[in-house]
Structure formats: C-alpha cells, structure tokens
Design a protein. Structure first.
Length: 558
C-alpha cells in the first residue's frame, strides 16, 4: 500500500504508539522517569533514508522527553566493517542535526563483558559448545512447521563446554570448528529460539581490537547486553526484529544483567523507485552502476546531501510519514514535496537555460545592455534583488518555442507574444533555419518594454547571450523504472535499473551562478531546484545537480 499522507510545512508530532508507550511508562514511574534510546548502526556501509527515519525517531524522542540517545556501533562482524563507514555515519547523524554528546560507544567496547556473560550461561547450563557443521546445523534446526532435532553436543556437561569455550577464545580451534549455542527449545515455532548460535570462531582483523579476539558474538547476543550495560530504556528497532524479541528477553533473563530494556518494533521505511538494503546498494557501487555511495541518485544520506536535499526537509519527511506497526510503500513524491517546500522558502532564484535557442531582438535600443532588477526570492524579503543585463541577443529554452504550436500552447510561436521574466515582451517575427540541417537556428523578435500593454498567457525565462556563462548541469530521473524493484522475490533487482537516470547538459546561465559555493542551492526559475556539487565544483566553475522539479512529477512505470 502507498503512504498518502499530505504533509504540512511543520507537521505536529503525532502521538504514535511509541510515544504512547513512553507516556505510559513515565506516568507509571517506570525507569525512574528516564528515557534513554540508542541508534545502533552496523559500520558495513553508508546510511540511507531508512536509517534517517530511525535516527530521527531515536534522537528525536530523546530530545522530546529530555533524555539521551546513544550512538553505538554494532561492530561484531569485522569481515564487513571499516572505519570509513564509522566516520561517514557520524557525518550523517550530525548533518541531520543530532548530537550524541559523550554517549559514543562500540559493541566492541563490551567484548570482555560479553564473554563473561557467555561463561555465565554455560555455568548455568543455559549454553553449550556445539560441534555440528553449518550444514548439519541447518538440518537439525528444522523448519517452522517441523520441530528441530537436538544436537549431539546439547547435553555436554557445563564444565566441558566451559573448557572448550575458553580454548575457543585462546585460538586452539579452526574457524567454524565450534560454536557456542544457547540451550532453549528445539521444538519452538520460532526458529530464533531453537538453540541459536551465540559465538563463532572467526580469525579476522577487527578495526578496533586488532587481533585480540578470534571469537565474536552474534548480533542477538551482543545487542541486548549492550542495551542493558548502557541502561537503555526503550530499545527501538524495525519490525523484522519482532521475532528476535523472545531471544532478546530470554538472554537478559538468564544472566545477571544490570537492566532489562524494553524492545519496541516499528515498520521500516520502504521508498518507491529505490532499494532499502545496504547489501544491494553496495552491489550497485561495486558493480559501478552508480558513481559511489554518494551518487545523487542513491537513497543514501550522503547522496541526498550531495544532491541538495536540506536536512530539515528529511526530518520533516520522517515526521510526516509517521511511525506504525505495518509495512507500506512510501512514495518518492512525498519526500520530494518536503524538499521543495523547504527550498521554496530558502533557495535563491537564478535563471539558466538548459536547452538554448538564440533570440535576436530586431528593434533593440541603441545601447549595449539594459539593466533589469530581478528578485532573489519572493518568499524571503530579506533576500533582496540583483541586476541582470538584458541585451540584443538572448537565449530562451528551445521548448518555449513551437513553429507549429499545438492547441493551448501559450508560449512563443510565429506571430505570437510572450512575457519575458522581469524584461517586457517578445513577439516572434521570423524563424531562421540552419540551411544544412533545417533545424531552427534563431528567432528574430520584436521587443516591447514592461510598461507596454500586451496580452499574453505565459511568461518565460531567459539569459543574455553576451553575458551568459556555460555551466554543467546533471539531470536525474528515478534510479529504477518500477516502484518496487524487489517485488519479485529472488529476482535480479538490477534488471529494473533506469538507463536514463542521469543525463548531463551544458546550460547557459546568468553570471551570478558562477559564484555558487559547493553545496549551495538555487531555484532555476521555471526549471527546478539545483545544488552546486560538493565534489566536482571548482571556484568559478560550479557543477549543478538537479535536486527536484518545481512541481510533483509522477514517474511512469516501465
């Protein structure tokens, strides 16, 4: 289903079910009135817009209730983790407007406590060292409709398992030779409760602990204990972890944990015309379907930042879509609406012609140029005005002229008139064609100053041909051609990649755009919102990324 919520400029916080839970906890005096949340990313890729929803929720709730939100990295799988991702995550969280203060943690900070709690489980007879191979493990676990079988190692004496576990830590065994498993219920309908693996042997260099460890805890074991150590009150995660919650609670109930946080699940964000999976986004990067994690077509936070999305717009979007317990597909148009609403208020206006057609004014006054005043932002009176040179030769958009206009075409045509933004009126008198190709080469037009009374139904933008500067403009379409590239399970999602998702043009622009600072946003009048690229722009030579169209454009399927 689609999210059809209509956003407002500043949406009031909805009393969604997580706020209701916290309100009830506070009213009952639970957790001594504290609200402590956490954002626990795995540093194995760059964050995307789905993570932005979680960031805004966890940090936002902590702010709202006067609590604190921890930034904690789930770095228990060193095979896929890098410091590059740690640094990128911190940039993204700060850019969205949040600060973790002194509460900056890594799961690897707790490797020693994790190990001690694992020994505690073994000593209580709640965990054992298992010798089943990965293939046998899957066979013994069974399926949801059929109970699993007990491992031959399940009734190993605790003392023997403890000795083996200590030797696992000491590096006495090969990778995959042994695992530590919880001893729960092999007949449980929940596969996560059928004696899940808690520790595995993996000789891989860790980005923080180096070679200190050759056994690493599984996520389900490390996550709940990390929450307990940090005193998290509300452990908020996405809906796919709902089936993990019984294991979360079981582990904390079996050990001498300092706290027992409450796990609460909410529906993750699914956004149309893209994918919300770090693994698949990494695949796009590695196979060079995109130009990196920060490619402006990507749904990554760094890609959206480079494209020109304001952080305030993303926060508004996350508040607008709300927090629910059911999965849905949110349309990309809603995110773009929030972006336009923000940029409309703050972006300076400039004129740029993306597909130029030359215009020669046949009756231009005997002067090199006429100065005209242009408004920098009609939504912001403090933005002031700028002066533009109006000259004998101009560039207009080629699509603003039709030699044989269709019905209800109100822009320029032979014998027809149109208003020039800030600069009077044009009437087309003659069309000049290229003798070699027959294409339209120029228009010869009569000009009337602004005070002239001319009836027109359209206004077009322009730039002076003499004053115009060339700029590179990158135009973007949807990354995929269908709303849900993952709709068919196990099919190759890349078959839906849009071959026309990026095109580049050399536009003619007013000189003021050459002063654009990297990351600065503008509205190209009548065209859309654009941002000077943060990586490729140079002083006096900005490269512009299309941020959003001026109006909602619904993508066509296929």
């Amino acid at each position: 289903m689609s999210d059809t919520t209509t956003p407002s400029d500043t949406p009031a916080p909805s009393r969604h079910f997580i706020r209701q839970i916290i309100d009830r906890d506070l009213a009952e005096g639970k957790n001594d009135g504290r609200v402590i949340t956490r954002f626990p990313p795995e540093p194995n890729g760059y964050l995307h817009i789905g993570h932005a929803k979680s960031i805004c929720l966890n940090f936002g709730l902590a702010e709202e209730y006067g609590g604190q939100c921890h930034l904690r990295y789930d770095d228990t799988n060193p095979a896929a983790e890098e410091m590059e991702y740690v640094e990128a995550i911190e940039r993204d969280v700060r850019w969205l407007g949040f600060d973790w203060g002194k509460h900056h943690y890594f799961a690897s900070d707790y490797f020693e406590p994790f190990y001690r709690y694992a020994e505690e489980l073994i000593q209580k007879g709640k965990a054992y060292v298992c010798t089943l191979s990965p293939e046998a493990f899957k066979e013994y676990r069974g399926v949801p409709t059929r109970p699993g079988k007990e491992s031959p190692s399940r009734n190993r004496p605790p003392a023997e398992s403890l000795d083996l576990f200590r030797r696992m830590r000491a590096g006495k065994f090969a990778d995959g030779q042994y695992v530590l498993r919880a001893k729960i219920d092999m007949a449980s309908p929940n596969l996560h409760m059928r004696d899940p693996v808690l520790y595995r042997i993996k000789r891989i260099h860790h980005h923080r602990t180096g070679e200190d460890w050759c056994i690493y805890p599984m996520y389900d074991f490390a996550h709940c204990i990390s929450d307990a150590i940090e005193g998290i009150t509300h452990s908020i995660c996405t809906l796919e972890f709902e089936v993990h919650r019984p294991l979360y609670d079981w582990i904390l109930e079996q050990i001498s944990a300092p706290a027992h946080p409450q796990q609460i699940e909410f529906a993750r964000l699914n956004l149309s015309y893209t994918v919300m999976s770090k693994r698949r986004l990494l695949q796009l990067v590695q196979e060079k379907h995109v130009a990196g994690w920060d490619d402006p077509r990507m749904p990554t936070i760094c890609g959206m930042r480079r494209r020109g999305y304001p952080p305030e717009a993303i926060r508004t979007f996350c508040e607008t879509i709300g927090v629910t317990k059911y999965d849905s597909m949110t349309e990309m148009e809603l995110l773009e609406h929030c972006v336009r609403e923000n940029l409309n208020k703050h972006a300076l206006r400039r004129m740029a012609v993306l597909n130029p057609l030359r215009v020669v004014i046949t009756n231009f006054p005997d002067t090199p140029a006429i100065d005209v005043k242009a408004v920098n932002n009609p939504e912001d009176t403090d933005a002031g005005t700028r002066t533009m040179a109006f000259t004998r030769e101009l560039f207009i958009e080629r699509e603003d002229f039709a030699e044989e206009p269709p019905p209800k075409f109100f822009r320029l045509a032979p014998g027809k008139s149109v208003r020039l933004r800030y600069a009077g009126f044009l009437t087309c008198e003659r069309v000049e064609h290229d003798p070699a190709t027959g294409d339209i080469a120029a228009l010869h037009c009569r000009w009337d100053p602004p005070e002239t009374k001319v009836k027109v139904k359209a206004t077009i933008h322009w730039v002076s041909a003499d004053q115009a500067r060339e700029i590179e403009v990158r135009l973007y379409d949807r990354l995929f051609t269908v709303p849900d590239p993952m709709e068919v399970k196990d099919a190759d999602f890349k078959r839906h990649l849009n071959p026309r998702s990026l095109s580049t043009v050399i536009a003619r622009a007013e000189p003021a755009l050459l002063d654009a600072a990297p990351g600065e946003s503008f509205q190209f009048e009548r065209t859309g919102y654009f941002c000077a690229d943060m990586k490729d722009s140079r002083p006096g030579a900005p490269v512009f990324n299309q941020t959003a169209a001026l109006k909602a454009v619904r993508a066509k399927k296929g």
